[in-house]
Design a protein around this ligand. Structure first.
Ligand code: ADP
Length: 392
């Protein structure tokens, strides 16, 4: 029988992460390759096998449009498949609105419906849909599945979701949605696999990457999160501002006459770590810098993360477990330390050597809060959902 494979795509701001899985005979998926298509000025296609062997490291022509770069990736995947059959491509879709919760087969009508959600995520939704459209044009018979970053937060209670605006706006979709749901779903599942007692703890997951948010879990379900209507809310991020007094925006628009599109660019692309440091939105670069502004940016990042974590602990009525994940959460011991120290009053006690060693458990034995470092895997969740939708 021909072996079947699933391609999972996770489109970000300047790159598309992808992973190819084989459907093993059991329920589990077997990773074949994992790679990144960088779409910056110097487009590159990189991929590694499951054992870390480099399979591809190719610079694409500088002027290659995005669709053509996606085509190259697809060609590479097809070549890698050998005799196997690619049964579908699964995608992370940033916004499902109130309508899309379960993963769905992406028909032209559904893609249009998702496009209509673009005003809710003006920068992110088009990036999610670009590879869907490119693949639909290149390989129209390949089924495509959409998995929504907002879906995991559907369990959040109305009081937590609501803005104190005139009521009619809520009915028009102005509410908190929350994002990074595929990452949170994966981590919640991993906690369950690690131990049944861990899975039911009142937990905060800190997804700290270029985009960053926190999610409060009770019994493995999302009860609060720091991102809201948009992916701008909550924590200080690489280039996004996080929570901000809306009066600041009114002042900039009405008193300073800043154009709305310039304000959007400022809030999404020029703020956060980059805005404060004036150096970079990349945490690794800031950690390597001696500039006091880099230090201030990192301090603000940790201060705001701890402040939001305390608010989420309040939603849950306590805190028993704190999980760090994504680029910064998995790899920056200094950021984890700074956040945990600010939460000491909640019973968070970090173990210095374990933290420096990036151990799985980094809390001291006497800590009231178990502190974990867990690697996220959004592509795996996408592939799992795609398999279910394809009923294979
Ligand atoms: P994305 O949100 O784009 O998926 P990632 O989860 O890959 O991003 O996280 C990117 C962030 O992680 C960047 O700020 C990067 O500097 C940071 N990062 C990666 N490795 C390290 C490291 N060893 N130490 C500190 N920060 C790191």
């Amino acid at each position: 029988m021909t072996r079947q494979s699933i391609l999972a795509l996770n489109a970000g701001s300047s790159s598309i992460k992808f992973a190819l899985y084989d459907l093993a005979s059991s329920q589990e998926l077997q990773l074949v390759s994992r790679g990144t298509l960088d779409l910056g000025d110097r487009s590159t296609l990189r991929a590694k096998a499951a054992d870390g062997t480099v399979q591809c490291d190719r610079r694409l022509a500088a002027d290659k449009p995005q669709d053509a770069a996606i085509g190259e990736m697809l060609n590479w995947v097809r070549h890698e498949l050998g005799g196997r059959e690619l049964i579908c491509a699964g995608h992370r879709i940033v916004h499902g609105g109130s309508e899309f919760i379960e993963p769905v087969r992406l028909t032209p009508e559904i893609i249009e419906a998702m496009d209509r959600l673009t005003p809710l995520a003006p920068l992110h939704q088009p990036r999610s849909l670009a590879p869907v459209r490119a693949i639909a044009a290149l390989q129209p018979d390949l089924p495509q599945i959409g998995c929504f970053d907002t879906a995991f937060h559907q369990t959040i209670e109305p009081i937590v979701r609501r803005f104190a605006l005139p009521r009619k706006y809520e009915g028009e979709g102005l509410r908190r949605y929350g994002f990074h749901g595929l990452s949170y779903e994966y981590i919640a599942g991993r906690l369950g696999e690690m131990s049944p007692t861990l899975a039911v703890k009142r937990t905060i997951i800190a997804h700290l990457g270029n985009g960053a948010s926190l999610c409060a879990l009770r019994e493995g379900k999302s009860v609060d999160t720091t991102m809201g209507f948009s992916a701008l809310d909550g924590l200080v991020m690489g280039t996004r501002c996080g929570a901000i007094d809306p009066g600041v925006l009114l002042y900039l628009l009405l008193e300073r006459g800043i154009a709305a599109d310039r304000l959007q660019t400022m809030l999404y692309e020029q703020s956060g770590l980059l805005g404060i440091s004036g150096i970079s939105g990349d945490m690794r670069t800031l950690e390597a810098s001696n500039d006091p502004r880099a230090r201030e940016a990192m301090e603000l990042f940790a201060f705001r993360a701890a402040r939001e974590a305390a608010a989420l602990a309040n939603t849950m009525g306590g805190l028993e477990c704190l999980v760090f994940t994504a680029g910064i959460g998995e790899r920056s011991s200094s950021v984890r330390k700074a956040i945990c120290e600010k939460l000491a009053w909640l019973g968070v006690a970090i173990d210095g050597p374990a933290n420096d060693a990036h151990a799985q458990t980094i809390s001291r034995p006497e800590s009231k809060v178990e502190i974990r470092v867990v690697a996220t895997d959004e592509e795996k969740i996408i592939a799992r959902h795609s398999r279910v939708v394809m009923q294979v």
